[in-house]
Design a binder for this molecule. Structure first.
Ligand code: NDP
Length: 487
């Protein structure tokens, strides 16, 4: 809600005001980007080691104030504090990894030359874009922005960050604490408002945009960025699947399915929404899931639904699944009791129902019986989304993981890939493109720059009008020698 030039966020459990921040207009966004442009030059002048030290100091601040940050996230998003603590833990991992590895991944290196260019040496380095715009969602208001912010800052960019309208105070906290560590220049700023402020950021002159949010908004962001050919990373929605193979540890798979689908009240981009269990373990798996999910309590492990309008979507999906022949083995039609949704497990849900095709973003899970792992993979891949996924099994688990059409897969776990600083994160299809985290996530925020330097006179000059026909023949001879043999 906007009132008197301020964006006000509310606590989803109580409806009380959680905090307020000043709203930016288009002019203010452009001014922030202008300030960031200056700041980026100073930030780059610190060099790899200077930036690393400051980023690691910010990391330590996050660790020292982890409780405060998790409580703030609970106040604004309803996320239970212990879940917030785990979220900060993942964010710290990414910040630490990016800070410590940026120089190795992006720093200058010499490249070997091939025989025909032996008198040259190649240099490769990754230069920062300048100012990166980061647009974030509310469901993980700490780790989703810190992933791209870490990569962008470690690469030498300044960042202007637009948090979700539901979690602006957490976003401001991140910018303020960074400024405590780096008070000299506004290297990380937050700008607040509704979607139009995100749009203004795309058109503000930033040199790269990292967007995390829904697929529909991702398309708008891409269209806005296209106006000035601003490159984008799109981290969008998902409908992730978990496969339970015949040789799986069924109890562990059930525990992971419940955690993966219901943590953060199911409001997780990489949350498990569909399970495909092979028939030999199906009954045992369903029983175990119902037993474990049945113990979760709303208002305790299951927090409130952050966006009130999401409650209707969750209710619609459950009703559509039931109307089309699905059965609720836990929860069901009455699960939605604003602002909470109690755990709901559905079976026999047809593949064309909205519960199977669209992002539900609530603590619901469908379980489908399949003949074998092949059928499980085919059904799991029958989705426009392709973000993460999970496989439980032994003999074939990694082979199955490779066949899933998604950016990440956890074997005998769920969501685990988000906790590893050295692994890339991102989707395929309607889940987006580009990567954050890890080496790919660092390169996402830098331009590859190639430089060749001549070290001596050319023995076989090719790229000059001064070459002679005899020299061209010598080049052909050398070419045949080098590359002419059939493999
Ligand atoms: P939205 O797409 O609604 O919003 C994301 C961000 O974009 C918000 O800051 C929003 O601002 C902003 N925005 C809205 N309209 C525009 C616009 N026209 N131009 C630029 N920016 C705009 O997503 P949610 O916040 O609801 O987040 C939930 C979604 O995010 C789910 O689909 C989830 O799967 C996805 N997600 C993906 C992740 C991933 O890594 N792949 C991780 C976490 C979530 P405002 O809030 O003011 O509207």
């Amino acid at each position: 809600m906007i009132e008197d030039g301020h964006l006000i966020s509310t606590n989803p459990a109580s409806g009380a005001e959680a905090g307020r921040v000043p709203v930016a207009d288009e002019k203010a966004v452009i001014a922030a980007v202008e300030r960031a442009r200056e700041a980026a030059l100073w930030w780059q002048s610190l060099g790899w080691d200077g930036r690393k030290t400051r980023l690691l100091r910010w990391r330590t601040l996050l660790v020292e104030r982890i409780q405060e940050l998790a409580e703030l996230a609970e106040l604004e998003s309803g996320k239970p504090v212990n879940d917030g603590i785990i979220e900060v833990t993942a964010a710290v991992e990414h910040l630490d990894w990016a800070a410590k590895n940026a120089k190795r991944v992006l720093g200058p290196r010499r490249m070997r030359t091939r025989l025909l260019l032996a008198e040259h040496v190649g240099h490769l380095e990754y230069q920062p874009y300048g100012v990166v715009g980061v647009i974030g969602p509310w469901n993980y208001p700490i780790v989703t922005p810190i992933g791209p912010i870490s990569g962008a800052l470690a690469a030498g960019n300044a960042v202007v960050f637009k948090p979700s309208e539901y979690t602006p105070v957490v976003g401001q906290w991140l910018a303020d604490t960074f400024a405590e560590i780096v008070p000299e220049h506004p290297v990380l700023q937050a700008v607040h408002g509704l979607g139009d402020v995100g749009g203004a950021l795309c058109r503000s002159g930033v040199q790269k945009v990292s967007f995390t949010g829904s697929t529909a908004t991702g398309k708008k962001v891409m269209a806005a960025c296209a106006e000035n050919l601003v490159p984008v990373v799109i981290e969008a929605g998902g409908k992730d699947a978990l496969i339970v193979d015949a040789d799986a540890d069924v109890a562990a798979a059930a525990e992971a399915a419940v955690w993966g689908s219901m943590t953060n009240a199911g409001q997780t981009c990489i949350g498990i929404e569909r399970v495909y269990a092979v028939e030999s373990v199906y009954d045992k798996f369903v029983d175990a899931v119902v037993e474990k999910a049945g113990k979760l309590r709303t208002g305790q492990e299951i927090g409130p639904i952050t966006m009130p309008k999401q409650l209707d979507i969750i209710r619609d999906h459950i009703e559509d699944a039931l109307a089309k022949g699905g059965r609720a083995v836990l929860g069901g039609a009455d699960a939605v009791q604003a602002p909470y949704v109690s755990p709901t497990v559905l079976v026999d849900v047809p593949a064309h129902s909205s519960e199977m095709r669209e992002e539900t973003f609530g603590p619901t899970l469908t379980i489908t019986k399949v003949r074998d792992a092949d059928e499980a993979v085919q059904k799991a891949n029958d989705s426009p989304y392709g973000l993460g996924g999970s496989v439980f099994g032994k003999k074939d688990a990694i082979r199955i993981a490779r066949r899933l059409r998604s950016g990440m897969v956890a074997v005998n776990g769920t969501l685990t890939f988000v906790g590893m600083g050295n692994l890339p994160f991102g989707g395929v299809g309607e889940s987006g493109f580009g990567r954050i985290h890890g080496e790919d996530g660092l390169r996402e925020f830098a331009r590859a720059k190639a430089i060749t330097v001549r070290r001596a006179r050319s023995l076989l000059p090719a790229m000059t009008f001064e070459r002679t026909p005899a020299q061209v023949q010598q080049i052909v001879k050398a070419l045949r020698l080098l590359y002419g043999r059939k493999p």
